[in-house]
Design a protein around this ligand. Structure first.
Ligand SMILES: [Zn+2]
Length: 188
């Protein structure tokens, strides 16, 4: 009985966290002018292949898939997720001229990724969150060495700007980046 209760609680809490996360990302993406991406962000997390492991490894204070990775050495759900969701820098990797290497993230997905990072930090850190938290997370995780150098520089630049100038100015800057990128692509 307790087991069923515990499972039900995990399902409810995971879905609730996902709902709050998607709501925040949507709000941030809309501020940046990314309407479609804001709506479809992380929808693949509702597929059974991603949902079931997320519930099984649910902990509440970090991504369940990170916990799954720790236990098993890999997470099938994460591999599926990053293979389908362009807002993850890990999606942008391929064999190019006989080397497995990072590809520069297009601006709309880089911006969605920043929105994702801010939202995830807020959900997990709650009242401990500050404008410096997303940058601190990026630097402690030390993942920038694996990204395309331009993508890594952009992540650092934008999150440092957030730390120094706050959200309002950062979203304004991101909106301008998205608009300029759109203009540039229309010309091509
Ligand atoms: Zn995602």
């Amino acid at each position: 009985m307790n087991n069923i209760k515990g499972k039900r609680k995990k399902i409810y809490e995971h879905l609730h966290t996902l709902h709050i996360h998607r709501k925040l990302v949507r709000e941030f993406c809309f501020k940046c002018g990314l309407y479609k991406q804001g709506i479809i962000h992380d929808l693949s997390k509702y597929s059974l292949e991603e949902l079931l492991p997320s519930i099984k490894y649910y902990q509440g204070n970090r991504s369940p898939l990170a916990y799954e990775k720790e236990l098993k050495g890999y997470s099938e759900a994460w591999l599926r997720h990053k293979g389908r969701n362009k807002h993850h820098w890990e999606y942008w990797y391929d064999f190019i001229v006989d080397r497995f290497q990072p590809i520069e993230m297009p601006v709309p997905y880089l911006v969605e990724s920043i929105c994702d990072r801010i939202a995830a930090s807020k959900v997990y850190l709650k009242d401990k969150y500050t404008d410096a938290s997303p940058l601190e997370y990026l630097l402690t995780k030390d993942v920038t060495d694996y990204m395309h150098p331009n993508t890594a520089n952009e992540f650092k630049r934008i999150l440092t700007y957030l730390k120094d100038n706050g959200e309002e100015k950062t979203f304004k800057m991101l909106r301008e980046m998205v608009q300029e990128d759109k203009k540039r692509r229309h010309k091509d």
